[in-house]
Every structure is written in C-alpha cells, then in structure tokens.
Design a protein around this ligand. Structure first.
Ligand code: 4NP
Length: 164
C-alpha cells in the first residue's frame, strides 16, 4: 500500500438499506479494519428507497451478522443521494433492480466503478444478492454467505488497484 494515495470509498446499495447493504457494510468494514486498512478504505451503505431512513438494520440481519462476529447495531438507514456519485469510487448494487436505478441516476462525470457486488465472487453461480426481507431466517444466512465471499474478492481488487 503506497503512502499518500487518496482514500478509496465504497458504497453498498440495496432497496431499503436495512437488510443486504448494511450486512455488506458491516462485513466489509470489519475486513478492512482487521486488515489494518481503515485509513485507506472507507465504507458506507444506502438504499434506493427511503421507507426505512433513520432505522437500524432489520433485527434478523443484525442477529445473523452478530453470530458471525459483525456488529451492525450502530448503522442507520439512509437513502441514496446525488452526491454519492461524487463521493464514492465503488458503488455496488445488490441486485439488478438496484443497479438499474443507479444507472439511471449516474451522472456522466462519474468515473468510478458501478456494478453488482457479486461480480467480486465469480466462484458463485448467482449474480444477485436476493432480498431476504419477506422470507425466513435462511435468507439472511444466505445473504451473509454471499456477502462474506464477495467482500474478500472486493478487498483483493481494491488492494490491487491501490498497489498498481
Ligand atoms: P434490503 O431489504 O433492500 O435488503 O434492505 C428490504 C427492506 C425493506 C423493504 C424491501 C427490501 N421494504 O419493502 O420495506
């Protein structure tokens, strides 16, 4: 890691910012922290929708993440804002619907990476992190499995990009 390089900023995006993107936020921030990289990589999350603004993550997401050692409890939902395209280098959508919304709002000047988070877990068959909100606990376990794998891949990618 070269000294003096600007911070890399990562934004995870889902629909409500209470299930999938806060899970990605908590897991990836933990990887960054444990790798001693918090000075170089900043993490945030948001929703394309505004129904849950100000709320903590869904209790099922917090419980599943907690069981694996991630603390989602300080997070609060916020909605995507235009300035996010100025402030973030990686804007990563959980599913195709989130990505379509982001593409529609993307300003021409955005020079960062906009794509699906699971691009960073190419070993998985799935391309999308499915919305667990209306399902059972198993959906939240599955989200965590996907998020942990993609987070490892994303961190490798960012480290390569920063080293290059
Ligand atoms: P998320 O899940 O997008 O992963 O946060 C959802 C949370 C809430 C709703 C939909 C999805 N909702 O319709 O309220």
């Amino acid at each position: 890691m070269k000294a003096g390089k600007p911070v890399t900023r990562v934004l995870f995006v889902c629909l409500g910012n209470i299930c999938r993107s806060p899970t990605a936020h908590g897991v990836f921030a933990s990887l960054v922290e444990n790798g001693g990289l918090a000075e170089y990589i900043e993490v945030d999350s948001c929703g394309t929708g505004g129904w849950h603004v100000g709320e903590p993550p869904d209790s099922r997401a917090t419980a599943e993440a907690g069981a694996r050692g991630y603390d989602l409890s300080p997070l609060r939902a916020r909605q995507l804002r235009a300035a996010d395209f100025r402030d973030f280098d990686y804007i990563l959508a959980m599913d195709e619907a989130n990505l379509a919304e982001l593409r529609a709002l993307r300003p021409p000047a955005f020079a960062g990476h906009l794509g699906l988070f699971l691009e960073f877990a190419p070993q998985r068959r799935e391309r999308e992190v499915p919305d667990p909100y209306y399902g059972g606990d198993a959906g939240f376990v599955r989200v965590l499995d996907m998020v942990e794998e993609a987070s490892e891949g994303l961190l490798r990618e960012i480290q390569c990009a920063r080293a290059g």
